[in-house]
Write a protein that binds this ligand. Structure first.
Ligand code: PGA
Length: 251
């Protein structure tokens, strides 16, 4: 049985006092709750990792980065390495989020290099894939996702069993538009079957989580789907009581 992972992606949000209030509300809300192996991950901006590391003391809450460099060290101004994230207590890191692919021109090769760097630093990469609305409407969804998966399978070879895959249809990110449970289920089941062709044992274990306008109102039904192993939450993860409901959804 795969356990569920709920990830908060704060993006460019948060500040010292908000973080304190959020951490206290979350820790209080999760105290003494049996999360049944469910992991909660908070991905704040890097500068707040140390603050949150000191505040999130519940044993089921982990920290994650939002990105890491595809280089290990050297003259790369502004970059953060996997080893640095590890120093600050990160267990996960998002890789290849569509906002980074679009705004920072991250190529599939870079995404693979970042994921490999994360694993060598002892951090689990949460690799984001997804199609645009135009690609979906033109019937190209499976081709696009297949290309993204293929690059991972080829580039990561035996490390592919150390990733989390996040399916985030781009048309559902920050739009309020969520894939229906049926749509998400269909894609997740198909994604797992693609990995089965490569290695059935890995496919069975691979956590595939869903992201795109997840909120308290749809979290429980999404988490009920057998092939949805968790949620990647943007906007709703900034509202403490809403994120708490998502963490507890369907338990
Ligand atoms: P959203 O963002 O929940 O605001 O749609 C999800 C994401 O970008 O990871």
């Amino acid at each position: 049985m795969r356990s569920k992972i709920i990830i908060a992606n704060w993006k460019l949000n948060g500040n010292w006092s908000f973080n304190e209030e959020f951490a206290s509300a979350l820790s209080k809300g999760l105290k003494e709750i049996d999360l049944k192996d469910r992991q909660i991950v908070i991905c704040p901006p890097n500068v707040y990792l140390q603050q949150l590391n000191g505040l999130l003391l519940e044993k089921s809450i982990f920290l994650g980065g939002q990105d890491l460099s595809d280089e290990l060290s050297g003259a790369y101004t502004g970059e953060i390495s996997g080893a640095m994230l590890k120093d600050f207590g990160c267990r996960y890191v998002l890789v290849g989020h569509s906002e980074r692919r679009a705004r920072h021109f991250e190529t599939t090769d870079m995404v693979v290099r970042k994921a490999v760097n994360a694993i060598s630093a002892g951090i689990t990469p949460v690799i984001c894939i997804g199609e645009t609305l135009e690609q979906r409407q033109k019937g190209l969804m499976k081709d696009v996702l297949s290309d993204q998966i293929q690059a991972l399978v080829v580039g990561m070879t035996d490390q592919i069993d150390s990733i989390v895959l996040a399916y985030e249809p781009l048309w559902a990110i920050g739009t309020g538009e969520t894939a229906t449970v049926e749509e998400a289920q269909e894609v997740h089941t198909w994604l797992r079957s693609e990995f089965e062709k490569v290695n059935p044992a890995i496919a069975e274990k691979l956590p595939i989580i869903y992201g795109g306008s997840v909120k308290a109102g749809n979290a429980a039904e999404l988490l009920q789907v057998a092939d949805i192993d968790g949620l990647l939450v943007g906007g709703a993860s900034l509202v403490p009581h809403e994120f708490l409901s998502i963490c507890l959804a369907g338990l």
